[in-house]
Design a protein around this ligand. Structure first.
Ligand code: FES
Ligand SMILES: [Fe+2]
Length: 444
């Protein structure tokens, strides 16, 4: 349980909020490259509570700058796109992709204005078809080059949606293994799967995820790492439960990235980018280390999770057509007929529904956490600890030591009960030194 003050510290993301200041030390994905086509109109976006404008110049470079013109604050979202920047409609000042003043037509040629006005832009990188933003004042940390950012496009299914709640609510959903047994029970298919089949997603008349267990009360164990933590949800498998254990690992990479176990040779990563205190971009990446995804998978998967942009799922602004305003179109009649547990279509829309149903910022001072909330409690604790240290002049969690992001991987497996879960998904560089190797169990 958190105090109201701790909850405020955890959730508020604006430029003056303590957490908002710390979050500005990290890179965040903010747009798909395809949202900024060559010579397109500038686009408004809000990130970490700041109003911004994104555009592409004639050389194809992306700029993300403050929405207000540095002269007298007219919106650069209605500015004119020119060869090498944006020309403000009000008095014609031109800003380049870094938000640097290129032209001041209201003043003589030799005016010092260009050298006086500080740039209004932030650092941008375009990697793997995604536009990333760093909003810090100092030098950025190394770019988080997750495995999927190095893969060719046919190996990655990229999706994003806007949720109507604080970013922490979305994170807490994804690092909560046990909710899958309930919220997503329509999709889970308990199976005495052969080795290598668990976690597999089948797209057919009925989409389903194969799972070699029907155990609904996993034991959680967690290990702190240099990037955050990894934890295992340990369940009884269907076959040989006395000899074996079914392990699903999840990695939380501070501040808001999660990778959870997938089918063999696949990965899932979800990243939360705070728009403001009460809205979040929910990124979902499914990627394949071995073969590229088939055309069917590229089409069927976003449709099934509820993140395709079409008549059925997301509108052109990445907002779900099933949202708090229409009770996520929950189908009570189908629930009564026992055809569905949640009555809500789309695995991710189920996630959004529970997170959004809590209200924009849930009150964590009136919650009662149990043993399956171990990862949720630890994430809150580590974020607040990191914030205390950051305010004392230290680097935030995940930025103090080098982390090889490309190797971070969650896995699932049925292993013998005598084998430590830490062997599942571990790689040679996994930090296990000092107190970082300590296993934490429920401690509420
Ligand atoms: S407000 Fe933009 S040029 Fe004056
Ligand atoms: Fe979920």
């Amino acid at each position: 349980m958190l105090t109201e003050l701790q909850n405020e510290r955890l959730c508020r993301v604006g430029p003056k909020a303590p957490m908002g200041r710390m979050l500005r030390e990290y890179w965040f994905p903010v747009m798909l490259s395809e949202e900024l086509t060559p010579a397109c109109d500038p686009k408004r976006l809000t990130i970490l509570g700041e109003k911004l404008v994104a555009f592409r110049d004639s050389a194809g470079r992306v700029g993300i700058i403050a929405e207000g013109c540095p002269h007298r604050g007219a919106s650069m979202a209605i500015a004119k796109v020119e060869n090498n920047g944006l020309r403000c409609l009000f008095h014609g000042w031109v800003l380049d992709v870094q938000g640097k003043l290129l032209e001041v037509p209201t003043e003589p040629e030799d005016s010092p204005r260009k050298n006086i006005v500080p740039p209004t832009g932030y650092l941008v990188r375009e990697v793997a078809g995604v536009i990333w933003l760093f909003m810090g004042k100092k030098a950025p940390p190394p770019f988080p080059d997750f495995a999927w950012t190095r893969m060719s496009p046919d190996h990655v299914i990229k999706m994003k949606a806007i949720t109507e709640c604080n970013y922490v609510q979305n994170i807490e959903g994804v690092i909560d293994s046990v909710h899958t047994n309930f919220l997503h029970s329509d999709a889970l298919h308990g199976t005495a799967a052969k080795e290598g089949e668990s976690g597999k997603i089948e797209h057919g008349a009925e989409n389903r995820i194969m799972r070699p267990s029907v155990d609904k009360s996993p034991r959680l164990q967690l290990q702190n790492t240099a990037y955050g933590f990894r934890y295992a949800a340990i369940r009884k498998p269907i076959i040989d439960p006395d000899k074996n254990q079914y392990i699903r690992t999840t990695l939380w990479i501070a501040p808001s990235t999660i990778t959870f176990s997938a089918a063999k040779d696949e990965g899932f990563m979800q990243i939360m980018t705070p728009i403001d205190d009460e809205n979040t971009i929910f990124w979902h990446f499914r990627y394949s280390y071995a073969a590229p995804f088939t055309e069917l998978e590229h089409k069927a998967y976003p449709k099934w999770v509820g993140l395709s942009r079409d008549e059925e799922n997301l509108d052109e602004n990445f907002r779900s057509r099933r949202n708090p305003g229409n009770n996520w179109l929950q189908d009570r009649a189908a629930m009564r007929r026992n055809e569905t547990f949640s009555g809500i279509k789309g695995v991710n829309i189920e996630d959004f529904a529970v997170a959004e149903s809590m209200g924009p910022i849930v009150d964590r001072s009136v919650q009662y956490l149990g043993p399956t909330d171990l990862a949720v409690a630890q994430m809150r604790r580590l974020m607040l600890q990191s914030l205390d240290r950051f305010e004392a002049g230290e680097k935030p969690l995940g930025l103090a030591e080098p982390v090889d992001h490309s190797r971070l991987r969650a896995e699932e497996k049925v292993i013998s009960r005598s084998t430590p879960w830490q062997t599942v998904g571990a790689f040679a560089g996994e930090p296990t030194s000092g107190d970082k190797s300590a296993v934490i169990e429920h401690q509420e």
